[in-house]
Design a binder for this molecule. Sequence first.
Ligand code: GRF
Length: 267
Amino acid sequence: MGKQIHIGVLISGGGSNLQAIIDACENGNISGQLAFIGSDNPKADGLKRAAKYNIPSFVVDYPAVIRKFKEAPSKISLPADFDLDDLISKQSLVHGKGGAKKVKYFLTTRAIAEAKLLKEMKAYSFDLLVLAGFMRNLSPYFIDRINLDRNNPRIMNIHPALLPAFPGTDGYADTYRYGCKVGGCTVHFIDYGEDTGPIIGQRAFPISEEDTLESIRKKGLVLEWELYPKCIQMFAEGRLKTVKKTFTLANGQTVRRTIVEILPNNK
Ligand code: GRF
């Protein structure tokens, strides 16, 4: 058997992707094992899967953390290494109305919750962190403490749309409402933006007149369960290389983008 990676998973809900990953580890489609399952939601059904498979788990109750901060901000101590200016200069998650105050509130509450996540995760060694229906944006505070080597990102996410179309929390519904004739799912590395990170893999399905939002979700999820383990396995095989590309447009402007190159399988 080749190298086995250790995988940490964060969830918020039912965890059907988590189940697909557990199954793939068990049947050898992923050369790895789960190190832990964490959740921001104490009621996440997926936590039952942790108990069933004897995988260590923990919860950082985000709503409670945010509520406590709102009630008495001065009573909450910030992480010792919290640097608001640094986070503001990196983040691209919060814009628009509310301005600086909104950005500060968002980054502060997230860093408090994320410091708690990091503290829980410290007990486990892991190579890859997988977001499987984790419905929280991660701020640069958290990302920088996981991606210690900037050239080798190690937080993956699955998104229910063909990115860069329809970022956000409701990809299948957005696809449906827009009247798209094709839908799909995307696995990508996390960067500082919302669903903007380098794409690792995508799967698409046709949408016909007969489709409903439910049928679209179903088609999408089936593809997610197939795609996510495949992408994780490519990571385990060391086949995902992030490369910085610069493109020159017809008007002379340059566009820079970090992309994922998939290396051949030299098994
Ligand atoms: C999936 O559709 C995933 O793409 C999105 O959230 C959903 C999670 O489903 N990010 P599950 O909890 O894995 O069943």
